[in-house]
Ligand binder design. Sequence first.
Ligand code: HEM
Length: 450
Amino acid sequence: MTPSPATWTVATAPGRLPLIGHALKLRKGLLAFVSSLPAHGDLVRIQIGPWWAYVICDPDLTRQVLFDDRTFDKGGPLFDEGRRILGNGVLTCPHEDHRRQRRLLQPAFHRARMPAYAQVMSEQTAELLDGWHGGTVIDVPAHMHTLVSRILARSLFASDSVGPASTLVEESLATILHAMYVRLLMPSSLTRLPTPGNRRYQQALDRIHTAVDHAVQDYRSSGEEHADLVSELLAARDEAGRPLSDTEIHDQILTMLAAGIETTATTLSWALYMLARHPDVEERLHAEVDTVLGGRTATWADLPRLGLTERIITETLRLYPPTWMLTRTVTADTRLGGQLLPAGATVVYSPYLIHTRADLFHEPGRFHPDRWRADNTARPPRHASIPFGAGSRKCIGDSFAMTAATLSLAGIASRWRLALPSGRHVRPAATAALRPHKLRMRATRRGPAV
Ligand code: HEM
């Protein structure tokens, strides 16, 4: 039940300094700072330089914001920069454009499309693993980034003719995603200076835009239909029978890449890390994949029997939600948690903050995939699990991501074991996504050679 407004507490986070506000605290330990906020209130004000924001610390208030996307519209520094890069795609567009865009894109993510995407996922996982050599130490996030980039590039563009475009996209995207976060913490005047960093960023943006334009032109001129996302976008018609314009298609493609690659790759990297730190879970996973797959990579048909693999992904998304902090802009004066928020105010919601609340998750710091078992009577409350957001702006790629992560993890575990150099702890680096900082693991072949 939603508590009455009188029971909400609104506070300003402690430790604020003149002029810079909480900037120093954020720089010193962003995640620890964010996790400490629920102790102060349900809605907590923070200040970074001249910028103020309200951080939501309660799952019911989070839902109130996410389910009223007219009053709490996409906005704030992350989305403003996102719009500059991705244009007006479904991730960054304002409420007034969203319904049309979402309806046009939804068919491409229909469950009926998933088996075709799953085939790409299985093939790409097998191809990646064929290139691994026993005993080598690998940069896990880099390998997962490559895997998911290829999965997404191939799901978008099945045609062989656009191979070079997807490679360019893969290379440029890492530069762009990193720079996006750095730029969030810079005054906007500095982002326009002709520094080497700004030039690299602009060049990466230009390359990616050109690559996507060429790929779309290629599709239009060949007239061939493929079982892929771009063909779906080209065929889509709105209620008035209008297709998406070239600019709209371009923006949607960039949006899928930006929203889908880093998030899914990060999830896989953390899952592999958690398995190495929890040999009991790893052993059970190996038993599951050995029974179901027997040394091959996983397919769509295997999914119903990969229950533990899926729970490992779900638990990883709880502990390390890649999109760990997101913003909204208030479009009209409104009340939230009893507090009057003026139009223009910024509201922050954080899956990470909600997922680590001890009153919602028993032993929140513990990696415990079985908390998600259907027969667990102490299963966490549904509304407290928000790795994909909620409401009408909820992730459109949630099933795609869960399928990709589950099939890839099962495929990897079926053939390889990844171990950490002894005693190594890896910290999360809270950039635009919650990435593992320097995660290197030793790969050993499992079972009979395949
Ligand atoms: C584990 C992987 C993923 C996670 C954790 C994730 C998380 C999220 C979250 C939290 C949102 C809501 C953002 C907000 O409230 O402001 C979102 C939106 C979105 N995601 Fe994902 N995502 C993942 C994978 C993907 C994939 C694979 C795709 C595409 C193939 C994708 C495409 C999108 C799009 C287009 C939106 C905007 C939806 C809308 O506003 O209607 N995501 N994602």
